[in-house]
Structure formats: structure tokens, C-alpha cells
Design a protein around this ligand. Structure first.
Ligand code: ATR
Length: 277
């Protein structure tokens, strides 16, 4: 039987993970299938159990199941524990289900290796305080960043996140309407783009900063469009992060690192390094 993998989420029809993993499989000479599984939250546990019981080897987990999937794993690694979420479930060598989280390292790899952004000593602004934001804090903090400010529509959630990561890095919460232009890198991790909008704050905050949206789509995200208009130094979507986290998933499953550069270059929306280009 061919080795089976899939991405599970709801909705999931828009996911480009199957395309990425099939490409990795071709490039590395691996024979496997990678499907989409659309599954509502109430059916997650049964569907995951069924997938592995029928011989499936690994699942990528996407919105809205990353937190719930964390509870389904028999074992979770440190990265997933810090994120409070998993984006990959795999059969481990004991036959149990191991959970891990490759989102944050995917982001760091895209920022540092692909975009050449220096994180050491950088002043970072993270927009959002939900699962997507939580998942990237520890991997960013490990890069010896100078400081991390979290701003969110609901200030109390930003404060809560700051409390849970205090001690790891210099970390602050800030109200959106109190932000000033103090940042080298701004990472947008809110769900506002799904409603075709962006968090509302002063445009001078993003001027001359590198801006990164963890979301991706066939077109530039609303945050990218807005940041570019405000004079951001660069605006990038999360396509590279997606490809890099997929590469790490592929490595976990198949023991081989696929080449990512070609796929990243063939992004669905145009990558912009400079707001003027
Ligand atoms: P995810 O797991 O994708 O991060 P989530 O846990 O529901 O999803 O969190 C969504 C995040 O996007 C939150 O930070 C949310 O802000 P609130 O805490 O104030 O709800 C943010 N968000 C969603 N819609 C937004 C909007 N229109 N403007 C600004 N922030 C928004």
C-alpha cells in the first residue's frame, strides 16, 4: 500500500499543502499520497483515529483544529507544548501518535534564510494574540531578538500572552492605538484577513519596517496591501513559511529535507521584497 498522508482542517479545499507535498515527493523520489480531509471539530477525534487505524502515516493539521489536535496526540514535543497547538501528527516508533509544531520554525527559516532578515537584536511587533500568534513566539524568541511587543484588538488577550512567555524574551503588550514607530519587523498573525480587513492602527508604525503576514493567498493579503501603502520597507506573505513548515513535516515523515527554493519562487501571489518594486 502506498504511504498515506493528508491535511485535515475545515475548510480545507483552499489548502496548497497537497501541491507542496506532492512536489516534494517528486523531487525526492518518494512514493506517497497526500489528500485533503475536510472535517468539522465535532468529528475530529474519530476522523484522526480512523485515518491512523487504516494505516495513514501522518497528518498536517490546519485551522481550526490545531489546539484540539494537541489533545489527541499521545506525545507532544517541546515546540508544540510552547505553542499549545500541533500542526503535524505522525505515527511514532512505538505505534503511538506524536504531535509537533513546525509553524514557528518555518517562519524563522523563511525570515532568516530566504528573506535575509536579521532577527538578532531586532525589535519585533506581533499583531494578534490567537493561536497563530502564540505558535511563533518561542521560535522567534530563540533567535535572540531584542524585544517583542504584542498588540491585539482585545488588549487583555495580548497581556495574557505576554504573561505566559515572560522570562523567555523582553516582551510587552501594547494597545493598537498606542503603537509608535519603534519596530524593525512586524508580523501580522490576526484572522482579520479572513474578513478582508486588517487591524486598525497608525500607518506610521509600519513605515520603513519589514512586514510579514503569516497568511497567504492567491492575491496579496489585505495587511500587505495596507502596509505597502503606508511605506513599509518590505511586505511578504506566509507562502515561504508554509513551504518551510511543510519541508520540516516532510523531513519528520520521510527523513529527507526537500529543496524549498524553487517552490517558494513559484508562489501563488507575487513576493515583494521592496515596496517600490
Ligand atoms: P488564530 O488561531 O488563527 O490565531 P484565533 O485564535 O481566533 O485564530 O485568533 C484570532 C486573532 O485575530 C485574535 O488576535 C483576534 O483578535 P481578538 O483577540 O480581539 O478577537 C484577531 N482578529 C480577528 N479579527 C480581527 C479584526 N477584524 N481586526 C483585528 N484583529 C482581529
Amino acid at each position: 500500500m502506498t504511504d498515506r498522508y493528508a491535511i485535515i482542517g475545515h475548510p480545507v479545499s483552499q489548502s496548497l499543502s497537497p501541491l507542496i507535498h506532492k512536489q516534494f515527493a517528486r523531487m525526492t523520489g518518494n512514493s506517497l499520497t497526500y489528500d485533503r480531509i475536510d472535517c468539522v471539530s465535532a468529528k475530529l477525534e474519530k476522523t484522526v483515529e480512523g485515518f491512523f487505524a487504516e494505516g495513514g502515516l501522518g497528518l498536517n493539521v490546519t485551522v481550526p483544529h490545531k489546539k484540539k489536535a494537541f489533545l489527541l496526540a499521545d506525545r507532544v514535543g517541546m515546540r508544540a507544548r510552547k505553542a499549545g497547538a500541533v500542526n503535524i501528527l505522525s505515527v511514532d516508533k512505538h505505534g503511538g501518535i506524536a504531535g509537533d509544531n513546525t509553524d514557528g520554525t518555518g517562519l524563522v527559516r523563511d525570515l532568516v534564510r530566504n528573506l535575509g532578515i536579521r532577527l538578532e537584536g531586532a525589535r519585533l511587533l506581533l499583531l494578534g494574540a490567537g493561536g497563530a500568534a502564540r505558535g511563533v513566539i518561542a521560535p522567534l524568541a530563540e533567535q535572540k531578538i531584542g524585544s517583542l511587543t504584542i498588540a491585539n484588538r482585545t488588549y487583555a488577550s495580548a497581556l495574557k500572552l505576554v504573561e505566559s512567555f515572560a522570562g523567555l524574551v523582553e516582551i510587552h503588550a501594547c494597545r493598537l492605538n498606542k503603537l509608535t514607530a519603534d519596530f524593525d519587523l512586524i508580523i501580522h498573525a490576526t484572522a482579520a484577513g479572513l474578513k478582508n480587513t486588517t487591524p486598525i492602527f497608525d500607518g506610521s508604525v509600519v513605515r520603513n519596517a519589514d512586514c510579514y503576514d503569516v497568511m497567504y493567498g492567491r492575491r496579496e493579503t489585505p495587511f500587505m496591501v495596507w502596509a505597502q501603502r503606508q511605506g513599509a520597507q518590505s511586505v511578504t506573505d506566509g507562502w515561504g513559511m508554509l513551504v518551510e513548515q511543510a519541508a520540516e513535516s516532510f523531513h519528520i515523515w520521510r527523513g529527507v529535507w526537500p529543496e524549498t527554493a524553487m517552490l517558494i519562487a513559484a508562489r501563488p501571489s507575487k513576493r515583494k521584497r521592496d515596496s517600490g518594486s
